[in-house]
Design a protein around this ligand. Sequence first.
Ligand SMILES: Cc1cc2nc3c(=O)[nH]c(=O)nc-3n(C[C@H](O)[C@H](O)[C@H](O)COP(=O)(O)OP(=O)(O)OC[C@H]3O[C@@H](n4cnc5c(N)ncnc54)[C@H](O)[C@@H]3O)c2cc1C
Ligand SMILES: NC(=O)c1ccc[n+]([C@@H]2O[C@H](COP(=O)([O-])OP(=O)(O)OC[C@H]3O[C@@H](n4cnc5c(N)ncnc54)[C@H](O)[C@@H]3O)[C@@H](O)[C@H]2O)c1
Length: 443
Amino acid sequence: MYDVIFIGSGHAAWHGAQMLAKAGKKVALVEANKVAGTCTNFGCNAKILLDGPAEIIHHLHHYHGIGIEDTPAIVWPALMNYKHQVIDPLSDGLAHMLAVDGIEIIAGHASFVDPHTITVNGTQYQADKFVIATGQTPAKLDIPGKEFTHDSTDFLDLPDMPKSIVFIGAGYIAMEFAAIAQAAGSHVTLVEYGATALNGFDADYAAHVVSEMQARGIDFVFSNAVASVEQAGDQFVVSTAQGQHITADYVMDSTGRVANIDGLGLDTIGVDYNRQGVLVNEFLQTNLANIYASGDVIAKTIPRLTPTATFESNYVASVILGNEQPIAYPAVPTVAFTLPRIAQIGLLPQEAELENCQVYEIPCGKLMRFQAQNDVHAAIKVVVNAQGQLVGASLIGDFTPEVINALVPVINDQYTAAKLATTIYAFPTHSGVVLPLIAKFLA
Ligand SMILES: Cc1cc2nc3c(=O)[nH]c(=O)nc-3n(C[C@H](O)[C@H](O)[C@H](O)COP(=O)(O)OP(=O)(O)OC[C@H]3O[C@@H](n4cnc5c(N)ncnc54)[C@H](O)[C@@H]3O)c2cc1C
Ligand SMILES: NC(=O)c1ccc[n+]([C@@H]2O[C@H](COP(=O)([O-])OP(=O)(O)OC[C@H]3O[C@@H](n4cnc5c(N)ncnc54)[C@H](O)[C@@H]3O)[C@@H](O)[C@H]2O)c1
């Protein structure tokens, strides 16, 4: 009998498992695939590793005409080899770390038998409490020829870069992978059902990312729903309901992700869920009192990201250890690692008017620190409420991943203009230049 069993071993599981084990609880994780879950094995980490050379080439392009003319080529098989060297050992490394903490790992697919019992490979395990942390899996369009489409996990393991790729969708995954594939020499087309890419980001900045990608030769087909994929010799023809046909060597379905709840036995024990995932209350508790959920598998409006999964994992553990406060999320920053990068935290500029807020834009490209990289289109929009507090920011440019983190405390701790003006930042840095400029918009 365990105190707590987590189903899944991603960020939504292992952080909380460690907290509980350190508090003396008997804890196990059940994992059907690789220990450590999506982010580590098939998501953020593998993606950012393959993005590394593409990011450098993107920076070098800024110097065309002002000092650097040649663009180096990416040797994809060597890069993929490096990805395997770095990423493949991480799963065993985490398993070892968890074992040192006394956390048992049960390999296999878990299914509930009753609210206190699961079965894994024919063996039953009982626990006082369970945490469903099974994440999401790539969605697959149910269309003729779906057997020819690949998913993000396949792309992140490609031994060679195909000469041409069609990405279905223009969300986070398609846009990030398209940038990598183009930099590695592939001819890329994105076919998107909606009229725009990167929903959830500032509309102007998302459009600018698209225009820069188009300038590098990436094709976009908007307002088209992919209806079929047909094989044509060694290639594939992607056809849309609107009558477009695009031929490519490789087709990736990047139309979103769905909750991993198949075969989990939720109907057997009566845990409520919908198409978005497992339903929870403000304590991340399902309708069965001893069963919680954490991470991507939850039906939620909070972004499904690694830091939110980690936050929820730690929160569930604290509830199990006696915390009686409902979950309170701080502002959640998010970055799409496109080229150029784009980022968002808090209110979007397009939501500002409804919330009685003002939007101010800082075009950063003319600031010396940004001119040093010739990042001419870099910019920030800040959303300030009626009390003069920062409540949102949208960023575009190569500097965004680090600057958005610097804005997190400005929002969460409601920095005043005086607080910013009396803070000393290292110089010349991007955040050190931008943050003092934001002070003039705050009370
Ligand atoms: C390509 C890609 C890139 C991404 N990039 C970023 C990024 O840059 N930044 C960011 O913040 N987020 C990113 N994300 C999102 C991030 O990976 C997820 O938000 C995060 O991994 C969610 O963690 P989780 O623990 O909830 O789920 P997961 O990490 O998916 O873990 C769930 C685990 O449960 C296991 N499982 C499922 N069902 C069962 C069962 N019945 N029995 C046993 N085990 C089971 C699965 O095998 C899986 O290992 C990316 C995602 C993808 C796909
Ligand atoms: N940098 C990051 O933090 C990061 C990176 C990658 C993934 N993620 C996470 O993974 C999630 C999933 O990413 P995603 O890009 O797969 O999903 P997404 O929801 O961001 O984008 C899917 C896109 O596919 C389009 N689409 C759906 N059906 C279509 C059809 N039939 N034809 C053409 N287009 C169609 C949708 O309109 C949408 O724009 C993200 O929401 C995020 O939570 C985060």
